[in-house]
Structure formats: structure tokens, C-alpha cells
Design a protein around this ligand. Structure first.
Ligand code: PEP
Length: 250
């Protein structure tokens, strides 16, 4: 299974900065085409520029969120149908900042996941425990709840087409990466849950690690048996650093 190296730009990089970034990232990863799957997820206003800049290249474009309804009176929200119309292929759902800053629940993430699949968007569903949950020994309970309530709910046919991202909240944007062993422990637990739900098809589901991934720790993380790529925040804002992470996954 090829690794997927995905960048979450969060609320950084404006539309005017996309073309310059894309030129540097495309040339820095040209020799990796076919060896690793690459994805960038800009903020909504930067998506049209990103779709244009990466069209026909080895780099896919995704959104960081979407609404669960197709249209309606939802001021400030963005429909998945509009993303498809723009030429966006992927969407991140249930990122910890959505769950913890904006109060997104497992039920909401599941509704968004169903809609994303219905629209043919390829979803990345994020799960992960808070530091206090890890300290209380609740990591598996939290991951299990998030997995069953926000991913397994779509049923086996669609679950197979979903990418899972394990992002321990204490490692996101903190500079504190999970050790490769800690990551593998959580990933192998998630793989076990996938096997219970999907049987042998579980082996084909990618589980990404996210949380302070950098060029110098990416290789060791992706060397773990159940780590099938990375979801990168801060280090994806620099095209050379992100290209180095992509290289580690190839
Ligand atoms: C993220 O935003 O998903 C993330 C993992 O951020 P960072 O790499 O900055 O920790």
C-alpha cells in the first residue's frame, strides 16, 4: 500500500501564495510521482487557486472541512457539492480543531462522512485522544468510541474507501510528536477495530499519523507496520520541508 502524505494548511497561505508554493512543491517532488500519494488541503478561499495550480500533476487537492447538507440556510458554511464543483477531490473530517474548538461531535462527523462518500469526495477522518484522556489510560476507549461512532457507521463498503488519521491531540501543533512505538500501538489498535468491522479488507485501509510530523521524524513514523502515511500541519506550510516529508514516505 502506497503511503499518503497529506498537508493541512489550516488558516494559512492565502490564494496569492498558492502558485509560488505549488511550483516549488511540484518540482521538489517530481521524481516521487507514483511512489507516494500527495495531497494538500488549503483553506476554502485558496482552493480554486490550488485546483488550478495542481491540475494534471501528481498532487491532489482537498478541503479541511465541509457541511453535511448539500445546500440551505447555513450562513458561513461550505457544501461538499460546491467542493466537487470546484474540482476538489478530498476532504478532512473531524479534525481535532473542529472537534475541540468548534464542538463537532462523532454524530456530526458521521453525517459529513456519509455526505462526502455520496458526493464521491475521498474523506480522511481524524480520531485522537486528549492528553488528560491518555493520562487517565483512556486512549483506547476514546479511539474506540470515535471509530465506531464516526467511521464504522458508514458500513463496510464505504469504510474501506475512508482514510483514517490518528492524531493524538497532545501532539498537534505542540512540537511533541508521538514516538514511533506509541504511534504504532494506537495504529495497531485501530487496525484491530478495522479488522473487526471489515475483515480482510481492513488491510487496505490507510491509517495516517498526525501530530508534529517533521522531515526528521517522518521516515521512522512511516516505517511502522500500521502507519500508512502522515497528516502534516505546520511543516506542510514550507514546500521544501513538506517535499522532504513526502520523500520519506516514498
Ligand atoms: C494537523 O493539523 O493535522 C497537525 C497534525 O498539525 P501539526 O503537524 O502542526 O502538529
Amino acid at each position: 500500500m502506497k503511503n499518503l502524505v497529506a498537508g493541512n494548511w489550516k488558516m494559512h497561505l492565502s490564494p496569492g501564495e498558492v502558485a509560488g508554493y505549488a511550483g516549488r512543491f511540484i518540482s521538489g517532488t517530481a521524481d516521487l510521482a507514483g511512489k507516494v500519494d500527495l495531497l494538500v488541503c488549503p483553506s476554502f478561499p485558496a482552493l480554486p487557486a490550488a485546483v488550478a495550480a495542481f491540475r494534471g500533476t501528481h498532487v491532489a487537492v482537498g478541503a479541511q472541512n465541509m457541511h453535511q447538507e448539500l445546500s440551505g440556510a447555513f450562513t458561513g458554511e461550505v457544501s461538499g457539492a460546491a467542493l466537487v464543483d470546484l474540482g476538489v477531490g478530498w476532504v478532512i473530517l473531524g479534525h481535532s480543531e473542529r472537534r475541540h474548538v468548534y464542538g463537532e461531535t462523532d454524530a456530526l462527523v458521521l453525517a459529513k462522512l456519509k455526505r462526502a462518500h455520496e458526493l464521491g469526495l475521498r474523506p480522511i477522518v481524524c480520531v485522537g485522544e486528549l492528553l488528560e484522556e491518555r493520562d487517565r489510560g483512556e486512549t483506547e476507549a476514546v479511539l474506540g468510541r470515535q471509530f465506531y461512532q464516526s467511521l464504522a457507521g458508514v458500513g463496510p463498503t464505504l469504510a474501506v474507501k475512508t482514510v483514517l488519521a490518528y492524531e493524538p491531540v497532545w501532539a498537534i501543533g505542540t512540537g511533541r510528536t508521538a514516538t514511533p512505538e506509541t504511534a504504532q500501538e494506537a495504529h495497531s489498535f485501530l487496525r484491530r477495530l478495522l479488522r473487526e468491522t471489515l475483515d480482510r479488507a481492513a488491510e487496505g485501509v490507510r491509517i495516517l499519523y498526525g501530530g508534529s510530523v517533521k522531515p526528521d521524524n517522518a521516515r521512522e513514523l512511516m516505517a511502522q507496520a500500521d502507519v500508512n502515511g502522515v497528516l502534516v500541519g505546520g511543516a506542510s506550510l514550507d514546500p521544501e520541508k513538506f517535499a522532504a516529508i513526502a520523500r520519506a514516505g516514498a
